[in-house]
Design a protein around this ligand. Structure first.
Ligand code: AVJ
Length: 321
């Protein structure tokens, strides 16, 4: 072999994906990249901040109204509870407890792309609820949903935590339409959606005074440095986020503090940044109850009931296919 030729490995899928967002006029990084190990730890801290109301609000709904949710299900034979994007399961546990107490016959099927997340969740759930029948699936939502639909039992799908709010309207409708196609008639979806409220309350939840959300976003630069073998300097970027009560959208950004260029060794390529240029990192959309109703209708569902916390900050909306 010729010793003068340096071998470059083919770029990874992540590197190609990230490069796409950094090579366009309005730069962006998809928000799923926020959740590496350190990012997931920071997100846990976000969920514990008093300013980040969605976790507490949805916990309250599931802790106080699980009985009504179970009544509204009205499945008359054994069924599945399928959780899309497993998380730590603390909120879901409230619902599962109520189902077990009512002697309902069901299997809990958490679905996640991360085998590690599923392992942790399974262990925690079995410890907290030893009677629970749990049958986790590792893989992408749609192939797993097809598998579940083929089982022929009624299913309640859980898509909690306002994860839908990360998707721009069009993409959210595409996702919900795919959910609908993968479900059987009579199957239900309990979907968590953050509601529009006093704009100051929302702004504070995403621009917290502790700087945890800032650290969560700045950590993306570490991720870029790893995935792209790049040399982003964290000190040369800042975090900015803004809630627009007209559109209901929180948009989060990294801001280049100067004209600079960053080199990716993985792609052997420079990215140029102007001073004040943005990298869009996340959308967190807030809805009205009318918008929730419309989204259900547009995608083949009807709303059976909305379960709201006492402050009306958050809705777990029960849809039927
Ligand atoms: C996990 C996507 C629901 O958008 O509220 C929290 C993530 N970002 N603070 C959200 C997040 C900044 C969160 N979701």
């Amino acid at each position: 072999m010729n010793a003068n030729i340096t071998q470059r490995l083919a770029p990874t899928e992540a590197a190609i994906d990230l490069d796409l967002g950094l090579s366009t006029k309005n730069k962006y990084v998809a928000s799923k990249y926020l959740y590496d190990d350190h990012g997931s730890m920071l997100f846990q801290q976000i969920m514990h901040m008093p300013e980040y109301y969605p976790t507490d609000a949805e916990f309250e709904i599931l802790a106080m109204q699980s009985g009504q949710i179970v009544d509204a299900l009205a499945f008359d034979k054994p069924f599945n509870i399928v959780e899309l994007g497993a998380g730590d399961g603390i909120k879901t546990r409230q619902l599962l407890k109520t189902l077990l107490a009512g002697n309902k016959e069901f299997t809990y099927i958490p679905v996640d792309i991360s085998a590690q997340a599923i392992d942790d969740l399974k262990r925690n759930m079995q410890e907290a609820l030893p009677q629970l029948k749990i049958a986790p699936l590792v893989g992408d939502y749609f192939s797993m949903m097809d598998q579940i639909a083929a089982m022929g039992l009624p299913s309640l799908f859980l898509f909690l935590g306002s994860n839908i709010g990360n998707y721009p309207d069009k993409a959210a409708n595409v996702l919900l339409m795919h959910f609908n196609e993968a479900m059987n008639p009579g199957d239900k979806l309990l979907i968590g959606m953050d509601l529009q409220k006093n704009p100051g309350t929302i702004q504070l939840a995403y621009d917290d005074p502790h700087g945890i959300t800032k650290a969560f976003n700045m950590n993306l630069l570490n991720r870029l440095n790893r995935e792209l073998e790049a040399n982003f300097q964290l000190s040369q970027f800042d975090f900015y986020c803004h809630y627009d009560p007209v559109s209901g959208e929180v948009r989060s950004y990294l801001v280049s503090l100067k004209d600079q260029k960053v080199y990716s060794q993985a792609l052997d390529k420079y990215y140029n940044f102007k001073a004040h240029e943005l990298i869009w990192t996340e959308l967190s959309k807030k809805y009205t109850l009318t918008q929730i109703e419309d989204m259900a209708d547009q995608n083949g569902f009807s709303v059976e009931k909305n379960f709201l916390d006492c402050k009306h900050y958050f809705a777990d909306s029960l849809w039927v296919r």
